[in-house]
Write a protein that binds this ligand. Structure first.
Ligand SMILES: *[C@@H]1O[C@H](CO)[C@@H](O)[C@H](O)[C@H]1NC(C)=O
Ligand SMILES: *[C@@H]1O[C@H](CO)[C@@H](O)[C@H](O)[C@H]1NC(C)=O
Ligand SMILES: *[C@@H]1O[C@H](CO)[C@@H](O)[C@H](O)[C@H]1NC(C)=O
Ligand SMILES: *[C@@H]1O[C@H](CO)[C@@H](O)[C@H](O)[C@H]1NC(C)=O
Ligand SMILES: *[C@@H]1O[C@H](CO)[C@@H](O)[C@H](O)[C@H]1NC(C)=O
Ligand SMILES: *[C@@H]1O[C@H](CO)[C@@H](O)[C@H](O)[C@H]1NC(C)=O
Length: 385
């Protein structure tokens, strides 16, 4: 079974709308659900400016979410409380510059979602806000740390959300490289704090900001006691690892090991994959570091089951993308629906419109499973975001 899940890379951090020239997807039009769509008023390269629902994949399959329209037939995310003594903080890299919008004709590039209209900067901010909102619903005890350029132009006033400026080179070309550097420098400061005496343990989950956490993730740290670092994998030969979700246990030892591992990834990235720095470099470097380890058996990527492996002294827990970094495949690839136990949905590329629409949907009808049905039915639509 070929699973093309959470594949590819995303250029979400600034919310740059990418223009893809993709063939017109007739199937999507044929699958239009009458009730929820009007004729497109504006189309950008066959991308939709409003929610479009197709049929939900995976119907009739066991262990896949079963939907009737946007009603879920399964109740799978019923407020299970995971008791965890330690805290969890989500960490993401995000920058925004007012200058990036000044030379753009705001009105013509505005995007309307629900009752709101967004320019480029506002779109990025909206994605960040929805990212935080989902975390605060799924894991109300956790905090969010935003690693950002000190020159970045934004502020956020939300409980348990902290800005953390890190000097660096945040240009588009260097952004993915800078992201790893920021992770490393963040871990370094945490290591220093640990060396100043025992405090409370906080586990860290480094993610892209275009994800929705839809279930508690505390169980990762409770159920798997022996890892330093978590990576998510998929069955994809060229790009088996996705960099959009990296968890680090909050002990001094694990933080140190995770930092050393990321430093190795950074070294490989800088020496081997600079030609791909804008897009896939970090993922290629991750895969290189993991696969070049002599005892590593890459065939384990073909089964969506967690496993742990020692990579140069760092104990790495590999978790399947299909549960921890789920995104519907693009185009006409095989699609087996959404697993019942999905924990993280990744709205890569133009799906960020769907991310915002999903949050609006959830706000008006707070049933996570129903929202997942909406995402499942709409996840293959190309949006104008
Ligand atoms: C779609 O909507 C039109 C007009 O509202 C209606 O006449 C038609 O029966 C609907 N089709 C389906 C399949 O619901
Ligand atoms: C999900 O719902 C379907 C349809 O009601 C049902 O047949 C299936 O057993 C449910 N699966 C689980 C795991 O609850
Ligand atoms: C989960 O924990 C929260 C806060 O600790 C509490 O308010 C809520 O009632 C708990 N829910 C369940 C189902 O135990
Ligand atoms: C950038 O724009 C935001 C929102 O429009 C505003 O609050 C902020 O003060 C601006 N910053 C600068 C440096 O102009
Ligand atoms: C550790 O956590 C406990 C319980 O949440 C809190 O009372 C205490 O102040 C924390 N200690 C430090 C050093 O943060
Ligand atoms: C980058 O260079 C490496 C070897 O130098 C090559 O294998 C790889 O295909 C190149 N990638 C891109 C995106 O050009």
């Amino acid at each position: 079974m070929k699973m093309k899940i959470c594949s590819g890379w995303r250029r979400f951090l600034f919310g740059f709308p990418l223009i893809f020239f993709l063939p017109h997807l007739l199937s999507v039009l044929e699958l239009h659900q009458n009730s929820s769509v009007q004729e497109p008023q504006k189309k950008l390269q066959n991308k939709f400016d409003h929610l479009v629902l197709g049929s939900a994949a995976g119907q009739g399959l066991p262990n896949r979410l079963q939907c009737q329209g946007t009603k879920s037939l399964n109740k799978t995310h019923s407020s299970r409380n995971v008791s965890l003594v330690e805290d969890i903080a989500f960490v993401t890299v995000f920058t925004i510059y007012n200058s990036s919008v000044r030379n753009v004709d705001d009105r013509s590039s505005n995007t309307v979602i629900g009752d709101s209209s967004y320019n480029k900067v506002q779109r990025s901010m909206a994605v960040l806000n929805v990212f935080i909102n989902f975390i605060q619903v799924a894991m109300p005890q956790s905090s969010v740390i935003i690693l950002t350029d000190p020159a970045s132009d934004f502020s956020l006033h939300k409980n348990r959300v902290f800005l953390y400026p890190i000097q660096g080179e945040y240009s588009r070309d260097k952004l993915m490289l800078q992201r790893i550097r920021s992770y490393i420098s963040f871990l370094e400061t945490k290591l220093q704090e640990h060396s100043q005496g025992p405090g409370n343990i906080t586990h860290y989950i480094f993610t892209d900001s275009d994800i929705a956490v839809v279930d508690d993730l505390g169980h990762i740290f409770r159920d798997h006691q022996n890892f330093h670092l978590v990576l998510t994998f998929r069955n994809n030969k060229a790009q088996p690892l996705n960099s959009g979700f990296i968890a680090v246990r909050g002990t001094a030892d694990a933080i140190l090991r995770a930092k050393l591992f990321l430093q190795e990834v950074l070294k490989i990235y800088s020496s081997k994959y600079m030609n791909a720095s804008r897009m896939l470099g970090d993922q290629l470097a991750l895969a290189w570091v993991v696969k070049s380890h002599p005892s590593f058996d890459a065939s384990r990527f073909s089964k969506a089951r967690p496993f742990t492996e020692d990579i140069g002294g760092t104990s790495v827990l590999f978790l399947p993308c299909v549960t921890y970094n789920w995104t519907p495949p693009e185009g006409a690839g095989q699609f087996h629906g959404m697993p019942l136990d999905v924990k993280v949905v990744h709205f890569k590329g133009s799906r960020k419109r769907l991310m915002l629409e999903s949050w609006n949907f959830y706000k008006s009808s707070p049933i996570i499973e129903d929202m997942l049905c909406l995402i499942l039915a709409s996840g293959r639509t190309k949006y104008d975001f």
